[in-house]
Design a protein around this ligand. Sequence first.
Ligand code: NAP
Ligand code: ZN
Ligand code: ZN
Length: 347
Amino acid sequence: MIATKGYAAQSATTPIAPFSYEHRTPGDNDVLIDIQYCGICHSDIHQGRNEWGNSLYPMVPGHEIVGTVASVGSKVTKFKAGDLAAIGCMVDSCRECATCREGEEQYCERGQTVFTYNAKDKQGNLTWGGYGNHIVCDEAFVLSVPKNLDPAAAAPLLCAGITTYSPLKQWNVGPGKKVGIVGLGGLGHMGLKFSHAFGAKTVLFTTSASKIEDAKKLGADEVVLTKEEGWAAKHARSFDFILDCVSAEHDLNTYLSLLKRDGTLCLVGVPEKPAAVSAFSVIMGRKRLSGSAIGGIKETQEMLDFCGKHNIVSDIEMTSFDKVNEAWDRVVKSDVKYRFVLDVKTL
Ligand code: NAP
Ligand code: ZN
Ligand code: ZN
């Protein structure tokens, strides 16, 4: 077994704290990674605090993982010791159903997607995430990080990056399209960068006046402060596609009213409470309310390669393990520009 140290949540209400655990002995197809950096995703907080009602404890969160390959099993072909490697939100799936074969392992038809943490692997053991110094994973779920990218700033691409890249691709966001991104957090700032890079006219919706100037620098053609009276009426029926990256309760009917006929509002944010949607909001204009979860392994590698080519990384604030609970509280207050990354040297 691989003795590992990290930080874990022991319950929904206690601070996360130092924890020792073991990863499986690496098998023939496994890669052992010494983790260098792990991003802090709002999903870590939702799950650490059991806001989705499915938490398994003890929980070592973290699914934006970048590190160095320490060793590889005898059948591993894609990686060798010393390579820079990354792991996102999944570490396994059935790999046999049509959906897995199509490279959409996050939607495994047999429900056998194994998430990086807060899940059980095929042997029934808890999986442990990136808030620790090692991880063991089958090479089929390990990604390559382009060498020109800063490894710390690339870590958030593994969740915030792919979760926004995938729906923007799915809905053909590009030149001639008007796209809205709601919420300038970890996901939102990556969605903004990708929509801009794909050539769409991109409007950023924010509740934070302090983020307006940054949003313009990150690629927004226009920024709308949603605290101002009458902001929605000015934009009624003008958007082709809106990506909702908000982590807390908010009114979806307002965003549906901004779509053109046949436009799509796609949810990636997962607030604790269900949303209320009026039938009128979708029937008038034949609008589509959709959602999207992360992205498959093939598309995640495509996204990383796109980022390498276009020099796209996350805007990060480095933090240390002794400040991780404080970082979580700041994320909840929308007070991070725009993703915290844990430096594993501080363990
Ligand atoms: P984050 O960094 O906390 O960003 C969320 C943003 O939402 C905030 O920065 C804020 O932006 C806005 N916001 C917060 N509270 C709000 C409120 N009460 N009303 C309106 N806007 C509010 O979180 P994240 O890591 O980007 O994650 C966002 C959500 O996506 C979370 O729910 C997370 O669990 C989910 N997620 C889903 C997937 C998936 O596969 N679908 C993957 C990863 C994460 P402004 O300050 O600009 O208003
Ligand atoms: Zn995430
Ligand atoms: Zn499957």
